[in-house]
Design a protein around this ligand. Structure first.
Ligand SMILES: [Fe+2]
Ligand SMILES: [Fe+2]
Length: 263
């Protein structure tokens, strides 16, 4: 089976690029299952209910979140009533939502879970993602396990990849919004990529208008963040192929498409 996993879908241009590319890729590549990182879907921070429904209308099977899980407060209205919305598992258990889901696809149980890195993420409440992986594998029974590792530090992500190797089908990084070109199958059979990248504006600074972020660095200004919503956009994703009989991961492929906007 072929699984499409789309990197952080960022605001208006991210949604436009997602819509522009999804059906073509689904048809051309025989995609069976779609996972998206949706933490930046609604104006760059969080996910509102309309956008959740929009993903469902587009046939998305699972949405993962991240450090922006709760930044659109309306998520509290629906996060606990749906079964395919995944926030970081290693947040305190009192937090709204769940850190994993198990979806039945043609009698194959697919577990998608998210872990957040502890390095440079400004969150002291996180448990060890390494220990949490063991906990999930002990308690959650599935045929296929896919991990969204949401983190900033590349070293932590690579180390986690090795720790997870042979235990699960894939570790795919999200959060930095910058794709890495290190996709491969590790020795134990786990597919790995440090970061899938972002589906969103090509010209901003990881999604935000460039002038605002440049001004912050140059002048230490406190300008309010605003998504870049003009210009070209990018579609960053991976496709995993998994054998439906052995549940072994066969391949991982990176996709990077630039969508030109008419001037
Ligand atoms: Fe993030
Ligand atoms: Fe993000």
């Amino acid at each position: 089976m072929n699984i499409l996993i789309v990197g952080d879908i960022y605001s208006k241009l991210g949604r436009a690029s997602f819509e522009a590319n999804l059906n073509k890729i689904k048809q051309e590549r025989n995609i069976n299952f779609v996972i998206v990182n949706g933490e930046n879907t609604s104006h760059g921070k969080g996910l509102n209910e309309n956008h959740y429904k929009w993903y469902m209308e587009h046939g998305v099977n699972v949405i993962t979140l991240g450090n922006h899980s709760y930044h659109n407060r309306s998520i509290f209205r629906f996060i606990d009533s749906v079964n395919n919305l995944v926030r970081p598992y290693n947040l305190p258990s009192t937090c709204a939502g769940k850190g994993y889901c198990v979806i039945n696809y043609n009698n194959i149980k697919i577990c998608v879970f998210q872990l957040m890195g502890q390095v440079f993420m400004n969150n002291d409440t996180l448990s060890s993602p390494f220990a949490c992986l063991d906990e999930i594998l002990e308690n959650v029974k599935a045929d296929i396990y896919l991990c969204d590792f949401h983190g900033e530090a590349t070293s932590e992500k690579v180390a986690f990849g090795y720790y997870a190797d042979s235990k699960i089908n894939a570790v795919f990084g999200t959060h930095t919004h910058v794709p890495t070109c290190d996709e491969r199958i590790l020795k134990g059979g786990t597919a790995y990529i440090t970061d899938i990248g972002m589906t969103g504006p090509l010209d901003g600074v990881i999604g935000t208008k460039a002038s605002i972020i440049v001004d912050r660095f140059v002048n230490k200004s406190q300008n309010v963040f605003e998504p870049e919503d003009t210009g070209d956009s990018q579609f960053n994703a991976i496709i995993l192929e998994i054998d439906e009989k052995t549940f072994k991961t066969v391949s991982i492929e990176r996709i990077n498409i630039v969508d030109k906007r008419k001037k």
